[in-house]
Design a protein around this ligand. Structure first.
Ligand code: UD1
Ligand code: CA
Length: 452
């Protein structure tokens, strides 16, 4: 089939300079959600109708399989679809979706296609409060006769609770004629896509309806309030899918997944964690409260304690992280490594069993197996112009408050005394320290507070 996504509207009620369809839901533009869903149906043509903020929209969602049709003036939904016509394959049906209706599921669209792709299909839903929507008008036999917009409806028609979601499937060959025949003699002076229904019926084509699995699938975003509401619906769905898959969540209302989160068996996640991009958690991983984890792979049995931030990093199995650890891009922790509070690791490898438990910066470094990094250690990786690497071997003991001035290499088994500035390479097994004699003086008198 062809798929047309309408995304030309301005979205005045968002009160924002950003085109409405580019506002984010779960970290992705609304329109990207619709395009992703469209792709699951493998359309032969995928056309997005752009108007308001067209350049920005093209740039944000442009991809080889997406074509754009320009609607320079927003003269109505029928007029919008008309702009896409030249890009459509007339021999297959056309499904129309909306760039501001992000949560429609593939299963619902498949149901509409099954009912309507040989005919004319409208996705409808019966709601408690139909105010604002187009109403589905049926005859005595229950067949759809027309769709009437709220602003054009009679008192009787306003009582109808079955509404038009806007999502339709239509034959494509006749669509050009039907759209060309649309009139804008209605209260909004627009060319309504909804009026095509009457043309289809006149052409002897049956108009059928299908319903979504859930009402929220058809909800659109017109304001920040609705955006926030749909974000909650989406996050709740994701949380419940995780629970169904066996993940323990301390509170399904307090997790945010902005991307994909894959979990092994017996994973547990405490409250207020945010997952972004692609995150994979192995079996028996436990995540403490208030962690932010973006694009990461975390191995089996690893424990991530509270307030840990991880971005573009990996951790092996049985690693212990946090509380208050920061792993920045390129941090790679071997199995059983420990990285503790106020330790920042960037573009660095910690081998199996290496430990940096307190107040440390490890950047552009390779740390050997079982090496212990004392509190307050800093790899001085930046000379003011370029970055350099620090290479530390296996079984090294790095005393507290050590500075390693890169580029520098420390061989296996070295012991570095507390407070050392290491600025030359150290060979295997040595003790390294800066000579500073400790002096104890007897002639010192403590100052006393002066009386005023
Ligand atoms: C439309 C339907 C209404 C339905 C409702 C569901 C029509 C005439 N009415 O009404 O029956 O109940 O959706 O939400 O179709 N757009 C364009 N170009 C335009 C006009 C609109 O791209 O010229 C896009 C908008 O950006 C939006 C979508 O089409 O994403 C719907 O347009 P909108 O004006 O919101 O239609 P409604 O009045 O809500
Ligand atoms: Ca609307």
């Amino acid at each position: 089939m062809n798929i047309v996504i309408l995304a030309a509207g301005m979205g005045k009620r968002m009160r924002s300079a950003l085109p409405k369809v580019l506002h984010s839901l779960a970290g992705q533009p609304l329109l990207s959600h619709v395009i992703d869903t469209a792709r699951t149906l493998a359309p032969t043509r995928l056309v997005v109708v752009v108007g308001h903020g067209a350049e920005q929209v093209r740039e944000a969602v442009g991809a080889p399989d997406v074509q754009f049709a320009a609607q320079d003036r927003q003269l109505g939904t029928g007029h919008a679809v008309q702009q896409a016509l030249p890009l459509l394959d007339p021999s297959v049906p056309t499904l129309v979706l909306y760039g501001d209706v992000p949560l429609t599921r593939t299963s619902t669209l498949k149901r509409l296609l099954a009912a309507g792709s040989e005919r004319y299909g409208v996705l409808t839903v019966t709601v408690d409060d139909p105010a604002g929507y187009g109403r589905i008008v049926r005859n005595a036999k229950g067949s759809v006769q027309k769709i009437i917009e709220q602003k054009d409806a009679t008192q009787d028609e306003l009582e109808i609770a079955e509404i038009n979601t806007g999502i339709i499937v239509t034959p494509t060959r006749q669509l050009a004629d039907w759209l060309a025949a649309l009139k804008n003699d209605n209260s909004q002076g627009e060319f309504y896509l909804t009026d095509v229904v009457e043309h289809a019926i006149d052409a002897g084509i049956e108009v059928v309806t299908a319903q979504p699995d859930a009402e929220w699938e058809t909800l659109g975003v017109n304001s920040k309030v609705q955006l926030a509401e749909l974000e909650r619906v989406h996050q709740r769905n994701v949380a419940y899918a995780l629970l169904e898959a066996g993940v323990t969540l301390a509170d399904p209302a307090r997790i945010d997944v902005r991307g994909s989160l894959e979990c092994g068996a017996d994973v547990s996640i405490d409250v207020n964690c945010v997952f972004e991009g692609r995150v994979t958690l192995g079996d028996n991983v436990s995540i403490g409260p208030n962690c932010v984890i973006r694009n990461a792979v975390i191995g089996a049995g690893t424990r991530v304690d509270a307030y840990t931030h991880i971005e573009d990093a990996t951790a092996g199995s049985k690693v212990v992280l946090g509380p208050y650890t920061r792993l920045r891009p390129g941090a790679a922790l071997g199995d059983e490594a420990h990285v503790g509070n106020f330790v920042e690791v960037k573009n660095a490898v910690l081998s199996r069993g290496a430990k940096a438990n307190h107040l440390t910066y490890i950047g552009d470094a390779d740390i050997g197996a079982r090496t212990n990094i004392g509190a307050g250690t800093i790899t001085c990786n930046y000379d003011g112009a370029n970055k350099h690497r620090t290479i530390i071997g296996d079984d090294v003991f790095v005393g507290s408050d050590t500075q390693l001035v890169a580029p520098v290499r420390v061989a296996n088994g070295v012991t570095i005394a507390a407070g050392t500035t290491v600025w030359k390479d150290v060979s295997e097994g040595k003790l390294v320290l800066n000579e500073k004699n400790q002096v104890s003086r007897t002639d010192y008198v403590r100052p006393t507070k002066k009386k005023s």
